[in-house]
Design a protein around this ligand. Sequence first.
Ligand SMILES: [Zn+2]
Length: 180
Amino acid sequence: MLLVMHDQAGAGDPDNFQRLWTPHRMAYIKGENKPTGTGPEDGCPFDAIPKMTDEEGLIVARGNTVYAVLNLYPYNSGHLMVVPYRHVSDYAELEAAELVELGEFTQRALLALRKASGAQGFNVGMNLGHVAGAGIAAHLHQHVVPRWGGDTNFMPVVAQTKVLPQLLRDTRQLLADAWG
Ligand SMILES: [Zn+2]
């Protein structure tokens, strides 16, 4: 399920930012940090993240049943995920409170990204199951990917001068401050 909320003109021209991130996506595709099985005890990162501090886990906001976290392997700067605390793979299995808060956190993610970054559009949605392209299929997660015309982004300058962990820490702080 992928809901395009704004007309997109494609990925745009490669820039320094994209070149910076591509190796990390490659590491992800090769299996780094992927769980070894489908259970919560099989190294599921979405179960481990909430046990960390916000800074360590890149957590932007914590709710009662879901949390918002920066994607360590982003498609774009500010790529957030809204994740239920409960280890559940199927959207159809979410309970009422989880459904409501997942939707509410998605709204708040859009607002925070607009406020912090001036995002002009978003890709919002989830991939359910490996065949649908889910990297971690055992634990569902809603992607919120901000988009800008030509896919320039809100930290093009620092992206050229800062190493990736620092960039992610700064992005997390910006979004946590903008979270309402
Ligand atoms: Zn999990």
